[in-house]
Design a protein around this ligand. Structure first.
Ligand code: HEM
Length: 351
């Protein structure tokens, strides 16, 4: 090959390399949101497993039991939504009461988060699943920040202790955690699942028959008929709170008022870190009446994915980024445990 021919060839290869390299960079930039990395559902669930998955169980809120009952609509919110659950007198539900954490045998009283999840009209266009927690707000507003927070608060694998410096650094960089921290400082867990208030935290839209949307959050508050204290003495049984609820149900249903809080004009429905106070318009949507509680083994809630994006006609998701992350992470957790259950690998838990 003559010299000019070889330098032409080298130039051609250089151009090909630049084009291919440029395309690869462009692809990476687009895939990673132009520099903004997005944490994946797999990463969330890997984090929750912490290298020690409890086979066959939910990767978060692993400890729980099934409930069943009916929702009795108040007819006060029917004008704001076409959802059948708020327009029919009564709708049965299956649900699950749980505590936070990934250990299915952890003592009920050890968890700082208690939860109520409900599923209405499964398998229809009017299906509605909701999972509510005791805190009224999220500490952060994006999935990435949530993941960063989880890592900042994770114990050091060597010492088993949390790293105060790492936590302080995270909190300094995330002033939006303030409302959650204030709530945490003021919260005292009650002696019963029946006397807690559970929150949707994220906002959703009600959609009326003309397609108009109104942003709301909801909370399940103990009905005024609820006996305020524990009905049995709580002992050190790991299922102490479940036993207490079962004892209540022997006498009468356990009831919660489902309250809708409507956004003010200034509220950003995509931001779950801001508390929506009682000064906003509130409506009683109806009464959640729990009639029975059974273990997961006996009940039929184990196969339910309480994905917050399973919404009926007449309700819609907001653009809150946490909602999408939740939906993806619940699906990943569901996929893993469904696969393990298929191969009958579920560990023996207390449930
Ligand atoms: C980015 C934020 C969040 C992530 C990554 C996350 C992740 C998860 C995962 C993986 C599960 C297990 C799902 C299953 O296997 O069925 C779960 C369950 C649950 N989550 Fe979250 N979650 C988040 C935020 C929230 C928020 C804001 C709430 C409260 C409104 C909440 C309430 C619940 C409840 C109540 C359950 C248990 C539902 C049941 O009984 O099956 N989560 N979460």
């Amino acid at each position: 090959m003559s010299k000019p021919e070889s330098s032409q060839l080298a130039l051609r290869y250089a151009i090909i390399a630049i084009v291919v390299g440029g395309l690869a960079l462009l692809f990476y930039a687009v895939a990673s949101g132009l520099g903004q990395r997005i944490v994946t559902a797999q990463e969330f669930v890997d984090y929750q497993e912490a290298g020690n998955p409890h086979l066959g169980f939910r990767r978060a809120h692993a400890k729980g039991f099934c409930i069943a009952g009916e929702f009795i609509s108040s007819n006060h919110v029917g004008p704001y939504t076409t959802a059948s659950v708020f327009n029919e007198r009564s709708t049965p539900f299956v649900g699950r009461i749980s505590t936070g954490g990934s250990n299915p045998t952890a003592p009920d009283l050890a968890s700082s988060v208690r939860s109520l999840a409900l599923s209405f009209n499964p398998g229809t266009r009017d299906a509605w699943n909701t999972a509510m927690n005791t805190p009224p707000v999220m500490p952060v507003r994006t999935p990435d920040a949530f993941f960063a927070q989880a890592n900042a608060f994770a114990p050091d694998p060597e010492t088993g202790e949390r790293n105060p410096e790492r936590i302080a650094e995270f909190l300094a960089a995330h002033p939006e955690t303030q409302a959650a921290r204030e709530w945490q400082a003021s919260y005292t867990p009650t002696g019963s699942f029946a006397t807690e208030t559970y929150h949707s935290i994220n906002a959703f839209f009600l959609v009326d028959d003309e397609g108009s949307k109104r942003a709301i959050r909801w909370s399940a508050r103990p009905s005024s008929h609820t006996v305020p204290d524990s009905v049995i003495e709580l002992d050190d049984d790991p299922n102490a709170l479940r036993n207490e609820l079962v004892a209540r149900l022997e006498n009468r249903p356990v009831m919660f008022d489902l309250i809708f809080t409507f956004a003010n004009e200034d509220d950003d429905e995509t931001d779950p870190t801001v508390f929506w106070g009682d000064d906003r318009t509130q409506r009683l949507a109806g009464v959640i009446s729990i009639h029975s509680a059974t273990t997961e083994a006996e009940g039929n809630c184990d196969g339910i994915n309480f994905d917050p994006l399973i919404l009926p006609r007449g309700m819609a998701a907001t653009d809150d980024k946490i909602l999408r992350a939740r939906s993806a992470a619940y699906a990943e957790s569901y996929r893993r445990r469904a696969r393990e259950n298929l191969f009958q690998a579920r560990e023996g838990g207390s449930q």
